[in-house]
Design a protein around this ligand. Structure first.
Ligand SMILES: Cc1cc2nc3c(=O)[nH]c(=O)nc-3n(C[C@H](O)[C@H](O)[C@H](O)COP(=O)(O)OP(=O)(O)OC[C@H]3O[C@@H](n4cnc5c(N)ncnc54)[C@H](O)[C@@H]3O)c2cc1C
Length: 452
């Protein structure tokens, strides 16, 4: 028996039918297990780490029967804090972390939702295969994939979901089904962008790409003439080969580090001459303060990131149809100043644009660029201070054509509307009505079941 905030919950019967770890307040592992990348102060009633689909189903049913808020987690990187809670049940899928090569020649791989993208890149690299996932090793397969996945080869291969061929999922009613283009096709459509709204995915099947080494380039500039650097980068990327994916980060000064512009690029091929031809124009955008190029396995392109210390960041993001001059002027005014946001731009043309925007629940495909921004406020900032810190966002957001679920740290109705265009939302709501009519999976950018 355990008393949570407003109820007494009897865990004994659940424990008997559960395979895996069950971590509760007072257990030695609890202090580590309750913390996620973005949330350090949550106190769930229980964190369960199932090792079988039967136990995933048991956990869903237990949370439902006891009206416990249910949070799902794979790699714990949700910026909006969706993978932990207070007084609820956290369904931690980290034990489902197998990385299987089903057919090396055909590139078919099966990834457990709890596998981390750094480990996936390493393992697939052993077989000369790769999936364009994200930029960080410790991000989980589950959360990134269900949101879309914008990675280091996005211009060449599209979103991570564009290589997804099927999943196994445990539904709200405890049943285990597959979804693909030929099995529960509408559910499969919804899972490619609809996040954790429809059930708990245990495994993801992908068609990985043949991939040898890549050429990684990092060029840093002093933040002197932002407008000219951003414009030059945009102009070059507009005609650059799709082998080249490039992210530009605009950083304010931090401690001893001066404000800077960093362009990181991944050339998805080990042809150094061709890579130099693609990257060299980026070297001429200003006087660089550092410039490194290395031929390396794709797994090395993914890096580790740590939550910022001593400051509260609110993260916002947007797609923009055209990275137009006016927006570049706003960025030049807003960025790289004391207290200004950290902004990253990713060019989004190429493979993403070639998929119809109705083809998946990730509908934002007709854009030239993606932008995300972290707005700093003091630790323990009041709501008012946080709103104040977002003032510059209003100047950028007027150029938005929609948002990407995976980077946003807020969760408002307007965020949901930005993520899902109304036609997409309506279709998702019908799928939600079919698969999760009681909205058990609600701790997410929530799709409300359609009213019948
Ligand atoms: C440092 C950092 C770098 C990042 N870089 C990138 C990047 O380059 N590209 C990019 O696209 N994104 C990036 N992201 C965003 C990232 O994709 C999202 O935060 C994503 O949700 C993380 O997935 P996760 O499994 O680690 O997170 P979790 O916190 O474990 O999961 C997030 C949510 O996804 C859902 N979910 C997870 N697993 C399942 C499942 N098995 N079944 C059903 N629902 C599930 C749940 O709603 C869950 O709460 C980054 C995030 C961080 C913090």
């Amino acid at each position: 028996m355990m008393t949570t905030l407003d109820q007494t919950v009897d865990f004994s019967a659940f424990k008997k039918q559960f395979d895996g770890n069950m971590i509760m307040p007072g257990d030695s592992e609890y202090e580590t297990a309750r913390v996620t990348y973005a949330v350090t102060d949550a106190k769930p009633a229980v964190i369960v780490q199932p090792t079988s689909t039967k136990s995933v189903a048991a956990a869903i049913q237990f949370a439902t029967a006891n009206s416990l808020l249910l949070s799902i987690r794979s790699g714990k990187h949700s910026g909006a804090g969706f993978s932990t809670n207070n007084d609820g049940l956290v369904l931690d899928m980290s034990k489902f972390n197998a990385i299987e090569i089903l057919d090396e020649e055909g590139g078919l791989v099966r990834l457990g939702t709890g596998a981390l993208w750094g480990d996936v890149a390493l393992e697939l690299g052993e077989h000369n295969l790769a999936i364009s996932s994200g930029d960080t090793k410790s991000v989980g397969v589950g959360g990134l994939t269900l949101g879309g996945g914008i990675g280091w080869m996005v211009r060449k291969y599209g979103f991570a979901i564009d290589d997804l061929t099927g999943v196994e999922i445990v539904l709200a009613n405890g049943s285990v089904v597959r979804a693909s283009e030929t099995e529960n096709a509408d559910l499969f459509w919804g899972l490619r962008g609809g996040g954790g709204n429809f059930g708990v995915v245990t495994t993801f099947d992908f068609r990985a790409h043949p991939q040898g080494k890549i050429v990684a380039s990092t060029i840093t500039y002093a933040a002197d003439d932002l407008s000219s650097i951003i414009t030059g980068w945009r102009n070059h990327m507009r005609s650059a080969t799709e082998d080249l994916t490039s992210f530009m980060t605009l950083m304010p000064a931090f401690g001893p580090h001066p404000a800077s512009v960093m362009i990181m690029s991944c050339y998805a091929n080990d042809d150094e001459v061709a890579a130099a031809a693609a990257i060299d124009p980026l070297r001429k955008l200003g006087d660089s303060t550092s410039d490194t190029t290395v031929v390396e396995p794709y797994s090395e392109m993914l890096q580790e990131a740590h939550p910022p210390q001593g400051v509260h960041f609110t993260a916002k993001d947007m797609f923009t149809k055209v990275l137009q001059d006016e927006l570049i002027t706003v960025l030049s005014d807003v960025c790289c100043k004391p207290g200004s946001p950290i902004v990253q731009l990713r060019m989004m043309d190429g493979a993403v644009n070639r998929v119809d925007s109705q083809a998946t629940a990730m509908a934002h495909r007709d854009n030239e660029a993606f932008l995300f921004a972290g707005f700093p406020a003091p630790l323990g900032a009041t709501e008012e201070q946080i709103t104040q810190s977002l003032q510059n966002w209003q100047k950028l957001a007027i150029y938005s054509s929609g948002a990407y679920a995976n980077f946003i740290s807020t969760n408002t109705e307007s965020d949901v509307a930005d993520i899902y265009p109304s036609d997409t939302y309506k279709r998702l709501a019908k799928i939600k009505q079919q698969y999760d009519p009681n909205n058990i999976f609600s701790h997410n950018f929530n799709i409300k079941p359609a009213i019948q």
